[in-house]
Design a protein around this ligand. Structure first.
Ligand SMILES: [Zn+2]
Length: 448
């Protein structure tokens, strides 16, 4: 029986869920965009059936959820007639939290404010393309001010609203705005503003049907704030992080050799059960099979079984022979830090000396209870090995904390030799403690 889960409980270990409520990022891959553009429209409510759940990553996080939903070619989108309440998903942030650096700039934020100051539109060259830019100052119900820079069409929208305002106030609602951090006039002093993120943000001026905005207006101080039109702000504010700051201040310097591969000696602390420990693969090509929901799966009955078939996208086979294979997300640590290593089937086999199917038996179901681990997996906890890992684009640009693991050495003699060598020689090329790796995803901030 498939129980109903909340969206906050979504985890990647399986792909058949029944969920409701809350907010999560959704991604449609490039190949499937054509299939879904006509059924996914902003503001509409839909039922989505059959999708996968993976790590949320990237420089721009639209929600706080650690995972995101990814559409499959077999995902179905149905019209949803009723929702218990009008959900806008709007979660305006406190200006203070933006300005004092409490909010992580990797997460996009919603902002509601009254426009109290606005510049004339400027045309600035961005990557060789003329782009409109406007600088705005927003005011909230506490009379706090927040600098906002809007680019492209949004600059025009604000400018038009300001021209046409007559006696009315201008309210700006920015959804999925980017917190920009830039170096102020003093050394080591950072200032912050908000900007629209290309292709992600949405700006509405004086939206009429948003309860949150009506509540905001009611709370605004009654002493009529004059809207002033000012000269443009200096470029430093408008551009956020300058190229110079980005390369020399925000991003630690590393050589290619350090970034690509390294050997670490680490102890397995546990298995990330959110990710499950095996996946159902096609016996022929080893690729993960995707689920295809049966027709009775979307009849709205909360207690029906989520029945499904499997499809191999590589072999284009509707009834592939199934074989469970390992996909272990090991949480490892050394005396400096912890991180996650991903073990696919062939490498996990080196560690466990037993094919996955011997642990699972001949199964045709996705993993349902990933917290229950076979004893052989539990026995890995506390064991130390040498790991050769690759640090990929995802790790240092997208701050993904799971590393692709390339080789393992379980030979005790070699491990002891490594340990002895490490304690006498430091900073040897290609050897690095976990804390060095951790630097990449903690401090790197390369915008894309
Ligand atoms: Zn296949």
């Amino acid at each position: 029986m498939a129980a109903m889960n909340n969206i906050s409980e979504l985890k990647p270990f399986k792909s058949m869920w029944k969920v409701k409520g809350d907010k999560i990022h959704g991604t449609v891959k490039k190949d499937e965009v054509g299939q879904f553009t006509h059924v996914l429209q902003q503001g509409q409510t839909k039922v989505q059936i059959n999708f996968t759940v993976t790590h949320s990553s990237g420089s721009y996080w639209t929600t706080k959820h650690p995972y995101k939903v990814v559409f499959l070619p077999t995902t179905r989108v149905r019209i949803c007639e009723v929702l218990p309440y009008n959900m806008t998903g709007l979660e305006p942030v406190n200006y203070h939290a933006v300005l004092n650096g409490k909010l992580d700039p990797d997460f996009l934020v919603d902002v509601v404010g009254q426009v109290v100051e606005v510049s004339h539109i400027e045309v600035v060259s961005v990557n060789g393309k003329d782009t409109q830019k406007i600088s705005v100052e927003l005011c909230d119900t506490e009379d706090e001010r927040l600098p906002l820079v809007l680019w492209g069409k949004f600059a025009e929208d604000i400018s038009d609203a300001v021209q046409l305002r007559s006696e009315n106030i201008v309210i700006c609602v920015l959804r999925f705005g980017k917190i920009k951090v830039w170096k102020g006039n003093f050394v080591m002093f950072y200032e912050r503003s908000i900007s629209n993120a290309y292709n992600v943000s949405d700006v509405s001026v004086n939206p009429e049907n948003m309860a949150e905005v009506q509540a905001f207006i009611r709370l605004l101080p009654k002493d009529d704030l004059k809207l002033s039109i000012v000269d443009s702000k200096p470029l430093a504010l408008a551009n956020g992080v300058s190229k110079n700051d980005d390369f020399f201040v925000h991003t630690p310097r590393k050589t290619i050799a350090e970034v690509e591969k390294c050997i670490v000696m680490a102890t397995i602390a546990g298995i990330d059960s959110d990710m499950g420990w095996y996946y159902l693969s096609c016996k022929v090509c080893a690729k993960k099979v995707i689920t295809v929901p049966n027709d009775n799966c979307d009849d709205g009955d909360e207690h029906d079984v989520l029945a499904c078939n499997y499809y191999c996208p590589k072999c284009k086979n509707n009834s592939p022979k199934l074989l469970p294979r390992y996909k272990l997300h090991l949480v490892v640590l050394d005396n400096t830090n912890d991180c996650k290593f991903l073990f696919f089937d062939n490498l996990a086999l080196q560690l466990l000396h037993q094919p996955c199917i011997e642990l699972t038996g001949p199964i045709t179901d996705e993993i349902q209870d990933p917290d229950v681990l076979p004893p052989i997996l539990n026995d890995l906890k506390g064991k130390s090995f040498l790991f050769k890992i690759g640090i990929e684009k995802e790790n240092f640009i997208y701050k993904h904390d799971t590393f692709k693991f390339l080789k393992i050495i379980t030979n005790l003699g070699m491990i002891n030799e490594f340990e002895a060598a490490q304690s006498t020689t430091r900073n040897i090329h290609n050897r690095s403690p976990l804390s060095t790796i951790a630097v990449f995803f903690d401090a790197t901030n390369i915008p894309i």
